[in-house]
Design a protein. Sequence first.
Length: 117
Amino acid sequence: MDEVNQDELKMNVKLWLKANNFNYAWLAEKCFVSEATVRNWMARKPIPAAKEYIIRELIKKLPLTLPSRVSVEEETRITLKLGAETRKELEKKAFSQGKTLAEFIADEVPKLGGSSE
């Protein structure tokens, strides 16, 4: 896997962990490594292929949860197709506010319609 895809995976893992209230210690246990190893992966070292597989499977089994303030009264699926640069900019804005991308978007969407909650 190339470095760009690893960077994207790492960003997604961080968001996914935060959104599901998991931490590096939890992920380390699932990958059979130390928390320090997971921290190294997230900071600078590549994630080995076998561990990347485990992580991707965990994400499939435990999908991203919506923030508690988002309620869905009827089933609705919204798909946002963002270019890489747009996604990075939105993720930066979300992180600067201490939010995941999903939380940031959930907070911003009501503002687009001009409605006040």
